[in-house]
Design a protein around this ligand. Structure first.
Ligand code: ADP
Length: 417
């Protein structure tokens, strides 16, 4: 079994979806399973909500996930973080990697957030989003982890205690043997953290081939799929997806990323019912009237409940309420709406935003998810059972999906019926 530890919930569904493309049995858990699972898949993904947690807590949470995965037969571990390397000066990507390396007895690991299909590439250790450096992309305005540097060596260095090095693209383009030599050379020089360039899927395939034996790899979903895909394709899961009962559809957006802003605008323009979350009102009066409004709108047509805001409006709210407090407040309000919608029989729930997805998935007690078909690269439909029945959950990372993502997601589910 390949064990994956993901630092947020959309990242977990992203990697689960890409690994499921191989046809292998991929299972995902929201947090560490409290009870023994019914069975073990070829890939077990544990979704944590530790991207912006204090470093000590992130290290403790990932250590506990690692122990669960090892106890259930993991032979290799993947530490999955965002393809835009979302982190702060202190972590959590580096400190978690070092703690996992120590437990696994690994003297080095490889970092590759590249996801060319979604426009994330790494060249000379610099991360690009489409044709822009990460620091020139909308990620520089992220509410919780603003990324104002694009140099992965410079980003990782303050997070770790051991040296950082680079496997450059020209060595990757020479083939797997050249990568293996570069890796051995760096490790012989005492470099423990190897950042790898990749600008195309073929580069990831070369890297994957060269490092697939490593006890620990780290990065985005595409690198994992490249490293483990060839073995996973031998294992095909043929069991049918669960039956999905009819019920209302709701879209919950707590992401302020550029792609989500376009998706919310497109959905609004389509004439759909949209309910706006007002953080300052919730801060003073609570979320009850938001929940009421959303429940009144729930019916035959999908309803969108959104806090998605432009950078200026977001900055105003954060100045007034504090960044983390505002984030937690909005996440809590959207989670309360999700719980109420589920209690009213909603069976199709689309969520935009990584942190938002974590809050909502935990609130819905969607502990074990079966991974289904992809809506867009890195965003699969997942199926959960909360005791009251099966429901479908799509967890979209802020910058994923095309402008019609919300409509596309619901249409994709209709096609499964
Ligand atoms: P993404 O995947 O786009 O990064 P996340 O859900 O991970 O989205 O992060 C967005 C964060 O911003 C969440 O903590 C969310 O609660 C917060 N947030 C969303 N809308 C607002 C708003 N209008 N004001 C303040 N904070 C907000």
């Amino acid at each position: 079994m390949i064990g994956v530890i993901a630092d947020d919930f959309t990242g977990a569904t992203d990697i689960a979806g890409l690994m499921a493309r191989t046809g292998a049995d991929v299972r995902m858990h929201g947090g560490i399973p409290a009870t023994p699972p019914a069975g073990i898949g070829a890939v077990e993904v544990i979704a944590l909500k530790c991207r912006t947690a204090p470093v000590d807590q992130a290290v403790a949470d990932t250590a506990a996930a690692l122990e669960w995965l090892l106890a259930h037969g993991a032979r290799q571990i993947y530490w999955k973080y965002c393809s835009t390397f979302d982190s702060t000066d202190r972590g959590n990507i580096g400190p978690v990697a070092e703690a996992l390396m120590a437990r696994l007895g690994a003297d080095h690991t490889v970092y590759c957030p590249a996801f060319p299909e979604n426009g994330r590439t790494v060249y000379q250790g610099h991360l690009f989003v489409g044709d822009a450096l990460l620091s020139d992309s909308p990620m520089r305005h992220h509410p919780l982890t603003p990324m104002t540097d694009s140099n992965l060596m410079r980003l990782l260095d303050p997070q770790v205690t051991q040296p950082v090095g680079l496997i450059p693209l020209d060595q990757v383009r020479e083939g797997a043997d050249a990568v293996a030599r570069a890796r051995a050379d760096l490790v012989a020089r005492g470099i423990a953290h190897l950042i790898a360039d990749a600008t195309a899927d073929a580069d990831l395939a070369t890297l994957g081939q060269a490092v697939a034996d490593a006890p620990l790899l780290t990065g985005g979903s595409a690198f994992a799929a490249a490293a483990y895909g060839p073995d996973l394709r031998q294992l095909t899961d043929t069991s049918p997806l669960p039956h999905l009962p009819a019920g209302p559809a709701i879209v919950l957006s707590g992401s302020c990323s550029a792609a989500t802003r376009a998706q919310v605008a497109r959905f609004r323009a389509s004439g759909a019912t949209v309910i706006d979350v007002m953080p300052s009102e919730i801060a003073t009066d609570g979320a009850a009237s938001l929940v009421d409004a959303a429940m009144q709108a729930l019916g035959d047509q999908p309803v969108l409940v959104t806090s998605t805001a432009e950078p200026d409006a977001l900055a105003d709210v954060q100045t007034a309420l504090g960044r983390d407090a505002a984030g937690a407040l909005v996440e809590g309000a959207l989670a309360a709406v999700a719980q109420a919608a589920r209690a009213r029989g909603a069976t199709r729930i689309v969520v935009a935003g990584g942190e938002t997805s974590g809050a909502i998935t935990l609130a819905l007690k969607a502990h074990d998810l079966r991974v289904g078909p992809e809506i867009a690269p890195g965003v699969p439909w997942c199926f959960a059972d909360d005791g009251a029945g099966t429901f479908a959950l799509a967890l979209k990372s802020g910058n994923f999906g095309g402008a019609d993502f919300f409509t596309d997601a619901l249409a994709a589910l209709e096609r499964l019926r």
